[in-house]
Design a protein around this ligand. Structure first.
Ligand SMILES: *Cc1c(COP(=O)(O)O)cnc(C)c1O
Length: 268
């Protein structure tokens, strides 16, 4: 199976989907690539779930995407997710929060989100658990791990994972589903692959030392530029925005700390 007809990550034009037919086409194209990448995946090919990421996409266009068959959406920012959740309450859709969370937003997340993909502090776990308890809800969570060793990236250090997962046992409204990561932002596919492989290795290690701590052990990794590589390395959930909806004007630095060249000393 050759990779030669795959466009290089990061160079794709990502045309904007403006009609139901456009969405049918972009969704089918992404699903076809997911299926092809699953065949190349090193382990047993597992079902890969596509989590469409709708950040910056208007509610009108999300409605078109729903008509094209999407029923769940990922949003990085809670405020934007809450607004869309309310505006689209007439639809049968679910919302996953995939970005860094401040404890003062925990109440909103606890009120309606079905998943949180960026859990990386016990303070946030505690805030969510309290709010969920009051609301009588539970929440599926993924622990975000910093697999790129970039100091400014969100996520816990790989070495902290066993203790962090053990501590999460105290928060009974949180259901741990697995791990999440953002790879290095680079066109060097092999360095990206190393991040994804590390997350899989950490999951496998947890399955052997604490199988009750990692739930089903899902791996939420891969976005528009690198989801095929992520699947080859064992992703079970890919978070894909631009390849479905079209290119975003907002720079990625709005959503996560800007990458500095590796080796740059942290400012003091
Ligand atoms: C925006 C975002 C994605 C999707 O990125 P695309 O380039 O639109 O595919 C995935 N994960 C997180 C955490 C995001 O914020």
């Amino acid at each position: 199976m050759s990779n030669s007809n795959q466009p290089t990550a990061g160079t794709e034009p990502y045309p904007t989907a403006r009609t139901v037919e456009d969405f049918v086409r972009t969704i089918a194209a992404v699903r076809a690539r997911i299926a092809a990448a699953s065949e190349r995946s090193s382990g047993a090919p597992s079902a890969v779930r596509l989590l469409p990421v709708s950040k910056t996409v208007s509610e009108d266009r999300i409605r078109l995407a729903v008509r094209a068959g999407l029923h769940e959406f990922g949003e990085n920012k809670v405020q934007e997710a809450t607004r869309k959740h309310r505006a689209l309450a007439d639809l049968d859709v679910s919302w996953s929060i995939i970005g860094h969370l401040q404890t003062n937003k925990a109440r909103d997340v606890a009120a309606y989100a079905t998943e949180f993909h960026a859990l990386d502090s016990l303070r946030v776990a505690g805030a969510l658990d309290r709010r969920l308890d009051v609301a009588g809800r539970e929440l599926d969570v993924f622990v975000q791990v910093n697999t790129s060793a970039e100091p400014q990236k969100y996520g816990i250090h790989p070495d902290e994972l066993p203790a962090f997962l053990a501590a999460l046992r105290d928060y009974s409204s949180l259901r741990v589903r697995g791990l999440m990561t953002l790879a290095l932002f680079t066109s060097d596919t092999e360095r990206v692959r190393t991040c994804f492989a590390l997350l899989r290795t950490l999951r496998d290690r947890m399955r052997s030392i604490g199988p009750d701590l990692i739930g089903p052990g899902d791996l939420s990794m891969g976005m528009s530029g690198d989801y095929e590589t992520a699947i080859e390395e064992g992703a079970t959930i890919v978070r894909v925005g631009q390849a479905i909806f079209g290119a975003r004007a907002t720079p990625d630095s709005f959503y996560w700390p800007d990458a500095t060249p590796s080796g740059t000393p942290a400012s003091s």
